[in-house]
Design a protein around this ligand. Structure first.
Ligand code: GLY
Length: 369
């Protein structure tokens, strides 16, 4: 029997996150949303189409008015308005109206792009998130943030649009390649670091099982992650205040992502950004030196980077200023007050950011020393 976590919006029930270990239970969940009378479009990427897209289409065939499958090329480079435009064209050609529904089947890019198409097509149609990566299951599918990158700037264009359902088939995590799987762990660590010190300790104790992808442990880990996210987004759904805590590691992370031309995965950049943010927290004497090194080294067994080469630290500082997390010209930086408690700080200086980026920067010269 699938477990579920209800998410409220403005204190009213909005949608459920369903944690299953198969796709079959999705039929009943979609039935509850009245899909027999709807056209459904599964939006996915070229990789996930082959793995689960076709079989999900077959599963839904005959259970709704019509089911279509639309796939775009896999990768962050598809997270653009051009992809959204292609989705609109497809929906128009297939006769989709306001009462029909999109199903976002895939990772963070698919969820964000499909959600944005759903938020804007005919001024908004319903959509369901079916996340298939660890990052999407623990972070991007929950909370209604949708959007695309613009001119290489991360998530510059977007909208808040709550899904009707988030359905997770946890067994798909077994098919992820190691790099994609471990990249998702950076967001999981984030929840422990910003809000839940006991969860952080739990992650340390369950390190082996997490690396081995033990499904029962993963279920607990994903449910705990979603519970932290639930508490944050229910209190501040539109990021007017504390939701910004979820951006821990993202200010410097996004800058590195852009500077490296999206060669590194989002989660990998979040790991680097988290080490840098923890470094500033240590230098401000919020964290002890031991805590900083423990946090930094926690990423290593999960194959996440703690240093980066081929960047210009000064350029990274510049890029942090073009990130969305600015308010009246000041960066809303997330620091750790202690493990399990984050704070938003508007006083972090360029010098502090530069020192933190230098801390994670691994130059050619270092290699020859
Ligand atoms: N991924 C950050 C948020 O959902 O607010």
């Amino acid at each position: 029997m699938a477990q579920r976590l209800p998410i409220l919006f403005n204190k009213k029930p909005c949608y459920d996150i369903v944690f299953s270990k198969e796709f079959n239970e999705l039929l009943e969940e979609l039935g509850e949303l009245g899909v027999t009378e709807k056209r459904l479009c599964i939006v996915t990427d070229s990789t996930v189409k082959e793995l689960y897209g076709e079989s999900l289409k077959q599963l839904l065939e005959g259970k709704c008015k019509k089911v279509c499958l639309y796939a775009f090329p896999a990768g962050e480079n598809s997270k653009t308005l051009d992809t959204v435009k292609e989705i609109y064209k497809f929906l128009i050609e297939e006769g989709f109206g306001r009462k029909d529904m999109l199903l976002a089947l895939g990772g963070g890019v698919t969820g964000d792009v499909t959600g944005y198409a759903a938020a804007t097509y005919m001024r908004g149609i319903d959509y369901v998130q079916i996340p298939t990566t660890l990052l999407a299951q623990t972070d991007s599918s929950v909370g209604g943030k949708t959007g695309v990158d613009f001119d290489g700037y991360k998530n510059m264009v977007g909208a808040f649009k709550m899904p009707k359902l988030v359905y997770m088939n946890l067994s798909v995590l077994k098919s992820l390649d190691n790099r994609q799987y471990f990249a998702g762990f950076a967001e999981v660590m984030k929840y422990g670091l910003i809000k839940d010190g006991a969860f952080y300790e739990w992650l340390i104790s369950n390190m082996y099982e997490i690396c081995e992808r033990d499904l029962d442990v993963l279920e607990e880990m994903i449910m705990k992650s979603c519970t932290v996210k639930k508490l944050v987004v229910e209190k501040d759904p539109l990021e007017e205040g504390d939701r910004a805590l979820l951006n821990f590691g993202h200010t410097i992370g996004h800058a590195i992502e852009k500077a490296k031309g999206f060669e590194l995965l989002h989660g990998e950049c979040v790991a680097l950004g988290s080490v840098a943010a923890a470094y500033i927290s240590w230098k401000r004497e919020l964290l002890s030196m031991e805590e900083f090194y423990e946090i930094r080294d926690m990423f290593v067994p999960f194959y996440l980077p703690i240093t980066v080469d081929g960047i210009d630290p000064e350029e990274i500082v510049k890029l942090t200023k073009s990130d969305k997390k600015m308010e009246n010209g000041k960066i809303k930086f997330v620091l750790l007050k202690k493990i399990g408690k984050a704070v938003i700080d508007r006083s972090v200086t360029e010098e502090e950011i530069l020192a933190a980026v230098k801390e994670i920067y691994f130059s050619e010269e270092d290699a020859h020393e």
